[in-house]
Write a protein that binds this ligand. Structure first.
Ligand code: FRU
Length: 611
């Protein structure tokens, strides 16, 4: 759908048409661009959303229509050169600024703002400013595309900020992936839902923004995370409207390009009475028999993170049942679970129940973990608590779904590990993880693997090696840069020792990133402390316990993609990391041991192509 630049949309406002009324104000719009059908209208006056029930529209000589009655089936047709008076009932009679958002059938959402008392600006200066804005964003996208730290086979928007995956759903042969997106800047801001589709979960087509805040509605300050459900009427989306945090319901338009807010929102408007909570968000929905269930993440003051469980038969009226699980913020064993839980998701894998949580542990520290257990009368009785990814704070807010083949597939947000100033300089922040396949092992443990379709991203087998490694560094793929690559290896050691993968320009000096497995200590690690010689970058040593069973080989899959590192080990362990070497496009791959002789059954280096 083409988008109309804001400076053209501003021409719709009839200059000096603002009139103060006893109960508000009115102004006029005159369309000189092209006929459009308005299917919804939202207005903010001086940044305050006006409820849609306070808006009415009138063409000269016709009856006044309340904006509440305007829908896709009964739109207002804005033909050319026919002034339309918009009346706004509010306590404010002299607004300085209007923000107008018209949902149109032909052009999607048209939003623009009008400064009602503008300072006189030089025409040349105004044009120059607009042109600079357009050039700046084109240059930003170009710069991001050529940034060696920017991934090519992990999904991202073209520039600016993204965080959580949202609303994953299969519909008519395609998987729709939505995500928290700030199209304005490479920092978190009022979130919209970005949108992409795929037929294989690894190659993505970026689509226009699907969901934006609706002025005057429960989501006017942001469309936060949520999930999707397939119903008899097609997919429905439950997400968090802010502020305050509520649950909103949206439905895709017929082209599945936009998600439209439904009547009767929000469907859950406040936390259950009697609970003092911190946070009330991230609805996740599923069906059991004739009933729908929905969880929300929260923190109960003085107690800890919690997941609230709701039930419904019609998806509009929701009854609060009880906490599905209540955490304890004093807990430290095996690790703290924190005071507030975000993005909870409960699902079953062959009779075992898993509850994924993104936990706010202490201010500034968040990580993802999961409980495994049994369900008893809609309460989770957990018997295991584990990290989902030993990159901890790097892999956050995961969302899983059942794909078309019935497999449970998960995506997560790979968080930047550099500071905001560096993100601003780069012009982008946030990456979607590769799709991860979740299965249950014969020991009834959670297994995490890269989805097999990822192999279709492989381009060229750069090198393959079999034999032994010793303390003498062996270069794999001599002279080839390791910017967007997969390294897959199987190794065994009968005498302990350490297998070391080095991403560096030379093996003995300068910037280096180390991925290692210590056969003696059963420890997998990713070390980015010397990744960048610039002292403003602080890397980290990330370690994960990985005990190999008798006779079991070390099986590693290492995905390098610009500044992204995902290390999968033996189907049950992942360390996600971010790394920012100054000379990213000069990295080569060296493999060695600490002196022990380690047998390499197979080691392959693949170059990878674009998503
Ligand atoms: C998790 C989160 C969610 C919230 C969203 C806002 O990263 O904080 O709880 O809905 O991000 O962008």
């Amino acid at each position: 759908m083409p988008s109309v630049p804001e400076f053209l949309l501003r021409k719709l406002y009839v200059p000096a048409s603002l009139k103060s009324l006893e109960d508000g104000f009115s102004f006029q719009l005159n369309n000189t661009l092209m006929t459009v059908s308005i299917a919804g209208l939202g207005i903010k006056a001086d940044e305050k959303g006006i409820p849609v029930s306070c808006l009415s529209l009138q063409f000269a000589g016709e009856e006044e229509r309340s904006a509440k009655e305007i829908k896709r089936t009964t739109p207002v047709i804005l033909t050319l050169n026919r002034p339309l008076t918009v009346r706004v009932k509010t306590a404010l009679n002299h607004p300085n600024k209007l923000q107008i958002e018209a949902q149109t059938i032909e052009m999607g959402i048209l939003s623009f703002s009008i400064d009602l008392h503008p300072k006189k600006e030089n025409w040349f200066f105004t044009c120059a400013k607009r042109t600079t804005g357009t050039i700046r964003s084109t240059l930003q996208i170009q710069k991001v595309r050529h940034d060696p730290h920017h991934p090519i086979y992990h999904f991202t928007p073209p520039a600016n900020w993204m965080n959580d995956p949202n609303g994953l759903v299969n519909w008519q042969g395609k998987t729709h992936l939505f995500y928290q997106y700030n199209p304005q800047a490479p920092v978190w801001g009022t979130p919209c839902w970005g949108h992409a589709v795929s037929t294989d979960l690894v190659h993505w087509q970026r689509l226009p923004i699907a969901l934006r805040p609706h002025p005057g509605q429960a989501d006017q300050d942001g469309c936060w995370s949520g999930s999707a459900a397939i119903t008899e009427d097609g997919p429905l989306f439950f997400y968090t409207g802010v502020f305050p945090e509520t649950v909103c319901l949206a439905k895709p338009d017929t082209e599945f390009e936009k998600l439209e807010l439904q009547e009767g929102n929000p469907v859950i408007s406040a936390p259950p009475e009697g609970l003092t909570v911190e946070g009330f968000r991230d609805p996740n929905i599923w069906k059991e028999g004739d009933h729908w269930y929905l969880t929300l993440g929260t923190g109960i003051k003085g107690t800890g993170g919690a997941v609230l469980l709701y039930e419904s038969t019609d998806m509009h009226k929701w009854n609060y049942l009880h906490p599905l699980l209540q955490g304890d913020s004093r807990r430290t064993d095996p690790f703290p679970t924190g005071t507030m839980w975000e993005c909870p998701q409960l699902f079953e894998l062959d009779g075992e129940y898993f509850l994924f949580i993104s936990g706010c542990v202490i201010p500034g520290l968040q990580y993802t973990f999961y409980f495994q257990g049994k369900m008893q009368s809609h309460h989770l009785a957990p018997y295991t608590l584990k990290h989902l990814d030993y990159g901890c704070k790097v892999f956050y807010a995961p969302l899983s779904f059942l794909d078309e083949k019935g497999r449970r597939v998960m995506f997560g947000w790979l968080v930047e590990e550099r500071d905001e100033a560096a993100n601003r300089k780069a012009g982008w922040a946030g990456v979607m993880s590769l799709p991860r396949l979740l299965t249950l092992s014969p020991q009834k443990e959670l297994q995490v693997d890269p989805l097999p379709e990822i192999e279709t991203l492989r381009q060229k087998l750069v090198n393959s090696y079999e034999g032994k490694i010793t303390s003498i560094p062996l270069e794999i793929g001599a002279g080839k840069q390791i910017l967007n690559a997969e390294i897959i290896s199987e190794m065994i050691s009968t005498a302990g020792g350490k297998a070391i993968f080095l991403l560096a320009e030379t093996f003995d000096a300068g910037e280096k990133t180390i991925i290692a497995y210590d056969f003696n200590r059963s420890l997998l690690s990713v070390d980015t402390r010397d990744t960048n010689c610039d002292s403003s970058y602080h890397g980290e040593l990330k370690e994960a316990p990985l005990i190999l069973r008798a006779g079991e080989m070390l099986e590693l899959r290492i995905f390098v993609d610009g500044s992204v590192l995902e290390v999968y080990a033996n189907h049950r362990m992942v360390i996600s990391s971010r790394f920012y070497p100054e000379r990213a496009n000069r990295l080569r791959l060296f493999v060695r041991s600490d002196g022990a002789i380690i047998q390499v059954k197979s080691l392959k280096l693949w170059s990878m192509g674009h998503f």
